[in-house]
Design a protein around this ligand. Sequence first.
Ligand SMILES: Nc1ncnc2c1ncn2[C@@H]1O[C@H](COP(=O)(O)OP(=O)(O)OP(=O)(O)O)[C@@H](O)[C@H]1O
Ligand SMILES: [Mg+2]
Length: 216
Amino acid sequence: MKIVAIISQKGGAGKTTLAVHLATAAASAGHATAIIDLDPQATAASWGDRRATGVPEVISGQATRLPALVNAARENGADFLVLDTAPNADQVVSLAARAADLVLIPCRPATFDLQAIETTLMLAKAAMKPAYVVLNAVPPRSAVGKEAADGLVAGGAKVAPHHLTHRVAFAHGVIDGRTAQEFEPQGKAAEEVEALYTWLCGTVGMPIHGHNRRVA
Ligand SMILES: Nc1ncnc2c1ncn2[C@@H]1O[C@H](COP(=O)(O)OP(=O)(O)OP(=O)(O)O)[C@@H](O)[C@H]1O
Ligand SMILES: [Mg+2]
């Protein structure tokens, strides 16, 4: 079982967006997938409530119970877990990062977000887990994403080679508990999620396809 923690001290960076899209990509590729929602705002859990399929499963929980939740998921045959976390929650973020095989840090390519990323990078470093920034809501047709990535790399951060562009499908798809890849299967947002998911599998050492039939 592989565990990915999605963390960012900054609110609205795209943690839940990344969590539901990557978890759905894994579930539709045949992995028994669950999201553990550690955010008291319960955004991912509400998305799960609105979702017709019940896949991926979304479990709401407190970070102090994370080891028990992870064990239960393992015993129930999960092979991919995504941990969605709250902003401004050092302890939750540390616990999630320590439980994970890989940490993803969504960040918007805007000055205030880039300035605020330092504390998140330090939390990831303290957990001693591989951590990558995933640029999110990158303006289309501009050099902003590339400039942000170059700046982050120059500052010593690792940046995922795929980003998510600012697209209506990412926000609209989730309204009724779907994702961009279900809202617009042939769209560019779906393509970006697929590319990020494929990279994630290679990085975390998980096959792209799992053994479950297509369920999501
Ligand atoms: N790539 C994107 N394109 C368009 N809208 C986006 C994108 N990413 C996120 N959003 C929108 O931005 C808002 C914040 O995103 P999201 O809830 O994923 O952030 P978060 O980091 O989980 O926030 P919080 O810190 O409150 O948990 C949401 O309305 C979401 O739909
Ligand atoms: Mg969130």
